[in-house]
Design a binder for this molecule. Structure first.
Ligand SMILES: [Zn+2]
Length: 257
């Protein structure tokens, strides 16, 4: 079994200090490739440098909507430059977060659009973070209709209607450990609905450890097996079959060898 953790933050403090251990435990568990995500100005160089150390590690680069207010034009130029690196496989995470509202909404929208422009120019897929801003996020994506290589809604926990909506748009959906939580029936229902050629799995570590290890801190890529197991179960498949399909989808989406 060879799974890909399509969204993790391996340069965050909790993980980077033990990165060799994190990677070794991940491979041992069957999670053999990673897309590690940079989210802040000043952090992206470190993310790219880390991906240069490990064969099957790739980078998603962007500025999180939380940090939108501090992003300068220079930061955007730097983002564009780093996204051209051979290990950079996606732009993001980017999007809108109207739950925490850590940056003014208009600035979040402007910075989100700037990311989409870079993705269009470099023909890279986009990783979307959206919280309490589903409609506004979809409206902005619509402005770029037909111009983006591919789109994934990361850490998805949408309603049935939202799931149908994103699938109709041709977007991909990525599930975290939330799908394993006892109260997450709606997210499991979404996982059931999403066809395997549109579905990916991620940890979003160091956050969101899945059941039955929900209290483990930090979360790390090795734990993604629990999430994959749960979705395979929901879909009535063996873990091996599910892993094969979801890995194929992830490789295709991110253009991995
Ligand atoms: Zn993330």
């Amino acid at each position: 079994m060879k799974l890909i953790d399509t969204h993790c933050h391996l340069t965050f403090d909790d993980l980077k200090d033990d990165i060799d251990g994190v990677v070794a435990r991940s491979i041992e568990a069957g999670v053999c490739s990673w897309v590690t995500i940079g989210t802040e100005p000043g952090e992206l160089e470190g993310v790219v440098a880390l991906t240069e150390r490990f064969d099957n590690m790739y980078a998603g680069l962007g500025y999180h909507p939380h940090d939108a207010k501090s992003v300068t034009d220079d930061d955007l130029r730097n983002l564009r430059k780093l996204c051209a690196h051979e290990k950079a496989v996606a732009v993001g995470e980017t999007g809108l977060d109207f739950f925490y509202d850590q940056s003014p909404r208009q600035i979040q929208k402007d910075i989100f659009r700037a990311h989409l422009k870079i993705a269009e120019e470099l023909k890279l897929p986009v990783i979307i973070h959206t919280r309490n801003a589903f409609e506004e996020t979809m409206e902005i994506l619509d402005e770029y209709k037909g111009r983006l290589k591919d789109v994934v809604i990361h850490c998805f926990s949408g309603t049935e209607e939202q799931t149908r909506f994103v699938l109709d748009k041709g977007y991909h959906v990525s599930f975290t450990g939330i799908v394993t939580f006892k109260k997450a029936d709606e997210t499991r229902q979404a996982a059931k609905m999403v066809p395997l050629d549109s579905l990916m799995v991620e940890t979003d570590c160091p956050f969101i450890s899945p059941e039955p290890v929900r209290n483990q801190r930090p979360c790390e890529p090795a734990l993604m097996v629990h999430t994959a197991k749960k979705i395979a179960e929901v879909k009535g498949m063996s873990l091996e079959d599910f892993a094969e399909k979801v890995t194929e989808t992830s490789k295709k989406f991110y253009g991995l060898a």
